[in-house]
Design a binder for this molecule. Sequence first.
Ligand SMILES: CC(C)(COP(=O)(O)OP(=O)(O)OC[C@H]1O[C@@H](n2cnc3c(N)ncnc32)[C@H](O)[C@@H]1OP(=O)(O)O)[C@@H](O)C(=O)NCCC(=O)NCCS
Length: 147
Amino acid sequence: MIRPFSLSDLNAILKIERESFPKSPYDRMTFVHLHSLYPEHFLVYTGTTGDKEDRIWGYIIFSPEEHIISLAVLTPQRKKGVGKELLQKAMETPRLKGLQAEVRRSNLGAQAFYLRMGFRIVGAVPNYYGNEDALIIQWTPSISGRA
Ligand SMILES: CC(C)(COP(=O)(O)OP(=O)(O)OC[C@H]1O[C@@H](n2cnc3c(N)ncnc32)[C@H](O)[C@@H]1OP(=O)(O)O)[C@@H](O)C(=O)NCCC(=O)NCCS
């Protein structure tokens, strides 16, 4: 199930963030700030792991300026369609003209994921992450038709 983030999800989100982006994880206050800025664009995916309790498996944050700020899935739950569902939800936002994100040049898994989802690499920003380039990836409904 996909639903809006609430503050009680924070610890679960921080765990996913730290394991997904060990070089530059967002901290607690950043997530609180992002939630206050974009409450409708901070979504979590909940799943059941066997103990009947819903757990946070992944999240996406994107801005009204059509920028994906973060997208991550708990490691054991990857390659099961969670990221795809979260991204599709963002792609289905009414009146959306496209989405853009930055991905580390070394993050081949995320690049493969975004390309599979209909994104294109449209540029690069040297040393965006300090000592590593970012690739700029972009999706528009008319290019991919996958919306
Ligand atoms: C990138 C990420 C969000 C993908 O989430 P996921 O839930 O594993 O992806 P899905 O299972 O929904 O995959 C959707 C499609 O992408 C493909 N894909 C996903 N990860 C892939 C990988 N590492 N290599 C190749 N293809 C991949 C899947 O095979 C699937 O293709 P299909 O539709 O043909 O079956 C997840 O790997 C992650 O959290 N990575 C760490 C954080 C990160 O890099 N975020 C992106 C930068 S903002």
